[in-house]
Write a protein that binds this ligand. Structure first.
Ligand code: V47
Length: 378
C-alpha cells in the first residue's frame, strides 16, 4: 500500500469512506460531508485526510513571514460581544494614533527584516477619509518597500462611507496611497442569527462578501476568516465555509483562510468558550482544508493558539503559521498569554521541529527565504 492508500483505508475504517473516495478523486465535498467531518470522533483520520490535501498542494513547505501589526485605534462603535479590544474615546486605555505615531511604529523596527505591516483597528465614524490615506502614506514614507496589508471589510465599509463614494472608487485612491492587500478579519460567522445576537451593529455577512468581491475585482488579494467557538452551530460553520468557497469560485481573490478561535476574557461572551485547544484547532484546520478546495492556504495563527498548537495544526491541513507579529493587541486584550512576538529563528525552528520545511514568504507568497534550496528564488 502507498502512504496515500493507507490514509484512505484508515479514513474508511473510521466511517469516512465516501468522503475519502472524493478526496482520493479530488472531488469537491458537500455541505453534508462538512457536517460529517465536524461530527466524526476520528480526529486522526480527519487530520490525515486533510494532510493529504495539504501535501498535494504544498508538500512539506510551511510558510511564515516577518511582519508587524499596527492597530491604529481601538475606538469603535460596533460593540461586538466577543471583542475585548474596543474602547470609546475618553475611556481608560482608548487611543487613536496620529499618522506620525503610526510611522514611528514602523521606524521602531526599521533594522529588522520586516516585509509586511498588518494594520487593522476599530471603526470610528468621526475619523475623516484623509486620515486613512495619511496613515498609508506615512507607513510608505517610513519604509517604502513594505507591503501594507490593511483594513478589514468592516473598516473598508466605513472608509467608503466617510469618503462618500462607493468602495470601487475608493480602492484606487487607497492603493495610490500605499494599500497593497487586505486582511481577512471582520467576517465572524456570516449567519444572520449570530450577527443579530452578537454583532448586529457591524456589517452583515452578505455585505462582507459583497465588499470582498469588490476588492477582488479591483485586483487586490485578501484573506478570509471565521470566528468560531461561541454560539455558532456546525451547520452555521459549514454554511460560512460554503459561502467563502462560492465567492472564491466567482472572484478568486482569497489567498488564505484563517480559523479564529474565540478568546474568552474581558468581553460579553467570556463564559462561552475556554479558548483554543489543540483538538478544536486541529479540527477547524482539517475541515477547512478539505472543504475549501479553491483557497490555496490555511493558516494556524500561532499568536492566538500558542506555537505548540500551531505546530500540531501543520499535520491537520495548515501550511502557514503567520509571522513574527511584534506587537499584538486584539488577542492579548482578550486574555492571550502567548508572547507578543516571536523571533524569526524561533518560527523557523518550530516548523523544522514539526518535520516541515520553513519558507519565509512575503504577503503574496513570493519566497523570500527557504530551507529547501529547490524553492529559493533565482
Ligand atoms: O475580525 C476579535 C477576531 C479578528 C476576538 O488576514 C477575536 O492574515 C477571538 O482577522 N477572540 C481580527 N477572536 C484578526 C484577524 C487576523 C489575524 C491574523 C491574521 C489575519 C490575516 C487576520 O479577530 C476580528 C475578529 O474576528 N477577534 N476579538 C476575541 N476575543
Amino acid at each position: 500500500m502507498t502512504p496515500e492508500e493507507r490514509v484512505l483505508a484508515r479514513a474508511r475504517e473510521a466511517g469516512l469512506g465516501p468522503i475519502a473516495e472524493k478526496v482520493a478523486a479530488g472531488e469537491r465535498l458537500s455541505a453534508d460531508d462538512g457536517l460529517a467531518l465536524y461530527a466524526t470522533p476520528a480526529i486522526h483520520a480527519l487530520g490525515e485526510l486533510a494532510n493529504l490535501v495539504r501535501e498535494r498542494l504544498h508538500g512539506d513547505l510551511t510558510y511564515f513571514n516577518v511582519n508587524q501589526h499596527v492597530n491604529y485605534t481601538n475606538y469603535c462603535n460596533k460593540f461586538c460581544k466577543f471583542c475585548s479590544f474596543d474602547r470609546l474615546p475618553g475611556q481608560e486605555g482608548a487611543y487613536l494614533m496620529t499618522p506620525d505615531e503610526v510611522a514611528q511604529k514602523i521606524k521602531d523596527h526599521i533594522d529588522e527584516p520586516v516585509t509586511e505591516v498588518h494594520m487593522v483597528a476599530g471603526v470610528w465614524p468621526k475619523i475623516p477619509y484623509e486620515y486613512y490615506l495619511d496613515i498609508l502614506r506615512a507607513v510608505k514614507a517610513a519604509r517604502p518597500e513594505i507591503h501594507i496589508k490593511a483594513f478589514t471589510m468592516v473598516e473598508l465599509d466605513q472608509i467608503a462611507k466617510v469618503a462618500k463614494k462607493p468602495l470601487a472608487e475608493v480602492l484606487p485612491e487607497l492603493r495610490e496611497a500605499g494599500l497593497d492587500s487586505c486582511p481577512g478579519g471582520g467576517a465572524e460567522v456570516f449567519a444572520d442569527r449570530i450577527h443579530q445576537e452578537g454583532y448586529k451593529l457591524k456589517i452583515s455577512g452578505e455585505r462582507w462578501l459583497e465588499l470582498a468581491r469588490t476588492v477582488h475585482e479591483a485586483g487586490l488579494r485578501t484573506n478570509c476568516t471565521m470566528l468560531h467557538g461561541h454560539i455558532e452551530t456546525v451547520e452555521e460553520k459549514v454554511d460560512h465555509l460554503e459561502r467563502l468557497r462560492r465567492l472564491q469560485d466567482e472572484a478568486g481573490g482569497f489567498q488564505t483562510y484563517i480559523p479564529l478561535s474565540s478568546h474568552p476574557e474581558n468581553n460579553e461572551w467570556e463564559n462561552l468558550s475556554r479558548g483554543p485547544t489543540a483538538l478544536v484547532e486541529g479540527r477547524e484546520m482539517a475541515v477547512a482544508r478539505l472543504l475549501l478546495d479553491n483557497i490555496p492556504h490555511v493558516k494556524a495563527y500561532w499568536i492566538l493558539m500558542e506555537l505548540a498548537i500551531a505546530q500540531t495544526c501543520l499535520a491537520f491541513g495548515a501550511d502557514d503559521v503567520d509571522g513574527t507579529v511584534v506587537e499584538e493587541k486584539i488577542y492579548h486584550d482578550a486574555g492571550a498569554t502567548t508572547p507578543q512576538r516571536t523571533a524569526r529563528d524561533e518560527l523557523v525552528q518550530a516548523i523544522r521541529d514539526a518535520g516541515r520545511i520553513p519558507v519565509e514568504r512575503d504577503t503574496l507568497y513570493n519566497v523570500v527565504w527557504s530551507d529547501d534550496p529547490a524553492t529559493l528564488p533565482s
